[in-house]
Ligand binder design. Structure first.
Ligand code: BGC
Length: 249
């Protein structure tokens, strides 16, 4: 079964047809730059553009960088403030003419890793997935079940949101070496370990392609693993979610 997955990020909006049997893209993904003013109407237009690009008709999953409750965005850290209170499911379903199911982007990435990636073998205990990108996204699983919207990127460390100090965007903006960045990341991981004692921590996001350069610098009690699906995870997980939701409806 192929389902359209879309991953809305601070810099790009990526879509791909996802083969849910294989857990991988069916063909090329398509990326459109996130509009400078990422308002609900501007993003809804990009959604339509993606649906047209794939000539797609069917349920769509969408990973979105905010707290999402029942399809409604409840926060907006790295996206236009107008999103707060917007029903993304409704808006996107109207703009694309297809049923759209929205969830937090890191939760989507976590779902993909738990279904097809590193987490597949880890269906017992506590798994914490991190996505390091414009922000720090987190997804927390107990015995394979997601506790949505954990938002641990906003836990305060040294008086600042963890993601302001240690996201991949912070690394680039401050011109940090992987060694310097790993020291900041270590503090973040220490904090998460203190709070949740995860058995496994999966590190994802675009920067996970450089995992060899920074993962060996980090020390955790949990087993630390690079994401298997890298930056495909958000898109694949969104499609997994759409299938779950559309078959339950
Ligand atoms: C947002 C989260 C999101 C994360 C990664 C944070 O700023 O609050 O909802 O998952 O960035 O995009």
């Amino acid at each position: 079964m192929a389902v359209l997955g879309i991953d809305i990020g601070g810099s790009g909006i990526k879509g791909a047809l996802v083969d849910l049997d294989a857990g991988d893209f069916l063909g090329e993904r398509h990326r459109i730059k996130t509009p400078e003013k990422s308002t609900p109407s501007a993003v809804a237009e990009v959604m339509l553009e993606l649906v047209r690009h794939f000539q797609y008709d069917g349920p769509i999953g969408c990973g979105f960088p905010a707290v999402i409750r029942d399809g409604v965005a409840c926060s907006a850290a790295n996206i236009d403030q107008k999103w707060i209170g917007t029903n993304a499911d409704q808006l996107f379903s109207e703009s694309t003419g297809n049923p759209v199911y929205t969830l937090n982007d890191a939760d989507a990435a976590g779902l993909a890793e738990m279904t097809y990636g590193v987490g597949r073998e880890q269906q017992r205990g506590v798994v914490l997935m991190l996505t390091l990108g414009t922000g720090i996204g987190t997804a927390l699983f107990l015995d394979g079940k997601l506790l949505p919207n954990t938002e641990l990127g906003h836990v305060e460390i040294r008086g600042k949101d963890a993601e302001r100090r240690a996201s991949d965007a912070a690394r680039k903006k401050k011109g940090l070496t992987f060694y310097q960045w790993s020291e900041r990341l270590q503090e973040v991981l220490d904090t998460y370990e203190k709070l949740f004692s995860p058995d496994v921590i999966i590190v994802g996001g675009g920067v996970s392609k450089h995992a060899d350069e920074f993962l060996p610098l980090l020390k955790t009690r949990a087993v630390l693993k690079p994401a298997y699906l890298r930056n495909k995870a958000g898109t694949i997980g969104a499609a997994v979610y759409a299938r779950q939701r559309s078959t339950a409806d």
